[in-house]
Design a protein around this ligand. Sequence first.
Ligand code: SPQ
Length: 430
Amino acid sequence: MKKVAFDKPVLQGEITVPGDKSISHRAVMLGSIAKGTTSISGFLDGEDCLRTIDIFKQLGVSIERDGTNVTVESPGMHGWQQPSSPLYAGNSGTTARLILGILAASRVTSVLTGDEYLSKRPMKRVSLPLRSMGASITGEADSNLLPLTITGGPLTAIDYDMPIASAQVKSAILFAGLTADGETSVSEQTVSRDHTERMLAQFGVDIQKEGNKVRVKGGSDLHGTPVRVPGDISSAAFFMAAAAMVEGSSVTFKDVGLNPTRTGILDVLKSMGAKIDILEKTDGPGEPYGTVAISHDGLQATEISGDLIPRLIDELPVIALLATQAQGVTVIKDAAELRVKETDRITAVTTELKKLGAQIEETVDGMIIHGPTALSGGTLSSYGDHRIGMMAGIAALVASEPITIEDPSCINISYPTFFNDLEKLAFPIK
Ligand code: SPQ
């Protein structure tokens, strides 16, 4: 349990949020597939990314971590050793789904497991296309649920049209395509985050992009390289939304990732009325990042749907909270994917915000929120989901009474210093 309480707070100051979770995972994965040394700076030392490190250590890759600096030294994926026990992905969907593609392409046989939440999340979206490449993946419910047994071996390239927008599915197929016979292509109807494509190019892979289609040739050699991980915009989003929500607030975010496939939160905050200034922007190599200042300047309702959804999918819980404080009716649709995250985030967000008095309705693929509504305090469940736990912490900024968060430790998955940063930016604390 964690009690969070403020007395009419404002948020002021500057913050550098921890490294991007999606990019940290991929840096360790590609550093382990590649031959040679990969030095990673700005690595996220959250629990999900540590699970990814542990798995590659079990496969015989040497990985040394000194805080946010990580050095990966690998013999290349064909030099990996047979793991002596199951590979545990913990709570991390990214670890499990991306590693399925990598293990299918390797020469080892392994069993992949996860915690109680991950064991309920669908894996068929990845295992089916991988099986059509010739991968051997077996497990319960037609290889939909962990634990799964993967026997790496020769693969054949495919052209895959993705039925859902998912960077995890796209990445798993591209990773498998690295060793497949022929050229693998993945087409998306709506563009999802493109960190894998950018990083493959950094590791020397000839990866081609044409509209919404990405192609990779089998047999590419990857070479270790330095990777700089920018701050995670999905972590910053909690304080970005808070700065937009609380009157008198103004916060500057330094070294935050500004990849256009992830910046939907900035578009939404702007459309809701927040003042946003990009003070500095660097375009790579690899990932764009920069300094962004966000201030409260009124708050109106908005509609969020279509192509915007994959660009802010993980931000929707805190955006729903923000909408409770905006003038008018906010509609979120085309977001059914929220139902298969760490928890069903549509049900979790509506249930918990209703406990505070919010006027919020659940729809099949989103939420409808009427605002502004005064929020009370109370005890909120995190459902073991870091993004729901952090949404509850941010709600305390506008709630009239303290908020107690059940099972707050799940926040360590992506943002171990969340409560310190909240107390640093927002004052006075009750
Ligand atoms: O790793 P996990 O648990 O799936 O992480 C989440 C999150 O909120 O941190 C989703 F629950 O982010 C996913 C994101 O929703 C991370 C991700 C990636 O790194 O490729 C892609 C998105 O998932 P998907 O299913 O749309 O590909």
